[in-house]
Design a protein around this ligand. Sequence first.
Ligand code: CA
Length: 224
Amino acid sequence: MRVLLVEDDDALARVLTRGMAEEGHAVDHAGTVAAAAEAHAVNQYDLVVLDLGLPDGDGVALCRDLRATGATTPILMLTARDALSDKVAGLDAGADDYLTKPFAYPELAARVRALLRRPRETVSPVLACGDVRLDPAAHTAWRGAIMIPLTPREFSLLDYLLRRAGQVCTREDLLEHVWDAHYDGLSNVVDVHIANLRRKLEQPGRPDPLQTVRGVGYRLVDER
Ligand code: CA
């Protein structure tokens, strides 16, 4: 597999490059954000190992930029600090896993193997269907360029519908996944929230993305 190693500590980079090469990987080393972005634009990588602190920028921002271009390459983030906020920021930026320095090489090797085993999927941190988008980490939703203010329940409802875009979600599915066991028990609670969500998503000249499938449930579709 072809690996892009982004690490400004040359001694560590040499150790990791040697280790991964011994496992049969082809490793390209970049010591800066700029060099990494250039290498990623030119080559097809199967994995990116990304240090958080780099001389010309920050690994989290680079990770977010790579995801924003639609790259689904697995990203393993290396953080020197055992700070929870760094891990959270890394994962929310689209990293698949992280490792805190110092680490033993066999742990990195095991995580690399695990990441390369996973089927490639959309790893964008933002959920989207047509012009409806939702960022679970930033807790924001948009239709086109317009941000939609949602209540926590509406947010969770839209999140669930987006993850199953194109599929019919029954009222029972929605009650099961969006409401806890203590919902107020109104039989039309789902319909009421769907109606509110639909009203908020409504924009003149744009089709309604939320379809009602009579007698069954609801479906979010890309009507463009
Ligand atoms: Ca560093």
